[in-house]
Design a protein around this ligand. Sequence first.
Ligand code: F6R
Length: 623
Amino acid sequence: MEGEEVCGIVAYVGPRRGAELTTLLVGGLSRVEYRGYDSAGVAWTGDGSHPIMVVKCQGKIADLEEGLEGIENRLSGAAIGHTRWATHGDPNETNAHPHRSCRRHVAVVHNGIIENEDLIRRALRDRGHVLQSETDSELLAHLIGEFLNGDPLEAVRTALETVQGDFALAVIFRDYPDRVIFARRESPLCIGVGDGEYWVASDPASFMEHTRKIIDIGEDQLGVISASADPVIVDFGNVPVTAKIEEIDWDIEEAEKDGYEHFMLKEICRQPASLTDSMRGRLLPEGGVHLGGLLDHRDVLQDMQYCVLPAAGTSLFASMVGEILIEEIVGVPAVARNAAELANRQHLVFPRNTVFWAASQSGGTADTLSAIRRAQALGHRVFGLCNVVGSPVSRETDGGVHLHAGPEIGVASTKAFTSQVLLFQLICLYIRRLRGQEDLPWMGRYLEEMRRIPKLAAGVVAQSDLIRSLAERFYQGYPSFYFLGRGILYPVAMEGALKLKEISYLHAEGYPMAEMKHGPIALIDERFPTVVLVPQGDDHYEKIVANIREIKARKGIVIAVASQGDDRIAEIVDEVIYVPRVTYYLLPILYVIPLQLFAYHMAVLRGCNVDQPRNLAKSVTVS
Ligand code: F6R
């Protein structure tokens, strides 16, 4: 399954040079800046008489433009550019792409992840290479430089034979200033075909204002573009591939959203990919878990006696799932806490060896940062679960894991939730093994389902049209909704209610199911629908059925999200959406998707601005 693309590549060969080439590269990069940015850079060969030139910077494309001021006229030859959204190493100038080989005769821009990075890094160092950055991508420049022996395409092919992982890359060579070599595996890349000029880009948006002719580069293919010949594409066995030129028939805005109507919908629907990326290289084939950001803290995790999970909003609901996972999988007491409430407490007392786990998509949430600082001031170790590398949460915590879910652009958080929930599971399994706790009999199936979770999520996402028809029934005339869940699905009910209120501006409340009879049920009538989360095989299934009957007895409308094959539920509720049956701990990932889609379609039908709902910001940096 293809990963979620986060960085942007653009490469060019053709007659343009100087300021014109600068504008073309900068313009191409700014078209993909929406994917996320923390640094950017360009490199060019000139006429081949000098080392490859590179200009890069931390920040936005506008900062790169500033960095190029005064030297625009120097750009010539084959050129590559990159906008980065860090997954490895801090977002600083050194880690920005392009990366060069030691002799500065090769420069590379790369999207993807090199899984055997440690091995390659050690081998290169042993062979005398001096590496500048913390990135896996720089290794490629060094490897390709080493293998260069008269044929640049062959050098790239041989270098990539030693690499495990994903890549889309564009490479330039000082000694071959008329061409760009490209390659891809599991990361998108395409060629823009102009008149005597060519582009290679991760996203056609980068060249669409110049040409609408495109060649899609297939999986496991590599090749060459040069101004003087047609593009050459081969597979890794060197067998030529016939290039098919197609015409792009969509516009730039559609390209940014990959054809989805909104970023939020794209982010919901791409969860199979973001979950794959979050798990990649972490869940090992034999069932072990590798989490590099926790390796140095094994002693703390071994002695851990209590966990506190401070977070806000959607991240708090993911942490409430995390609380259950830590207690049940690791056997250590845990509590998820609203970060602001925690930070504002005058007196805080936690047991010795308390570890904090701070989840934050943006890594910039002021309330979560305050809680982190408070915990650290009390002498506790704090680990982060954060999506934005280099963000305050990722810098200030003592260690942790990055979500690798890709930039989340829609204000309402979606894919970060599922990745956080998945990572809490990996963290628990990692700690369990570390503490020498035995695998339990059900764990084999659990791990097998975890590996399949992206595929299972894809099946749920595929029900978007069905959920839209459901929304068509409810978007008018129903001003309030309840969302009910038990156990691990209670936080999911809270998240479903939050999604509905923040983007469709309808009143919604999430409750633990059993709480209904303690008051909230008083509001139920035929205009107050309830969404219930019903997992079959749950110990409390009969109680859930009884709760549903109580609502029905008050003329309430019940929409159920239930397990595939649960025909009984269809007989007692008004509407039902089915999701696959999985191990209890994985339920939140599959059950939240219909709720995200329901909120999305309700908001669209109600004419709301889905990606930028009123009164909300993507990252709440004030407390
Ligand atoms: C909900 C939403 C917010 C955030 C909250 C925390 O859709 O986006 O509730 O979840 O502001 O943000 P992060 O996760 O960036 O700390």
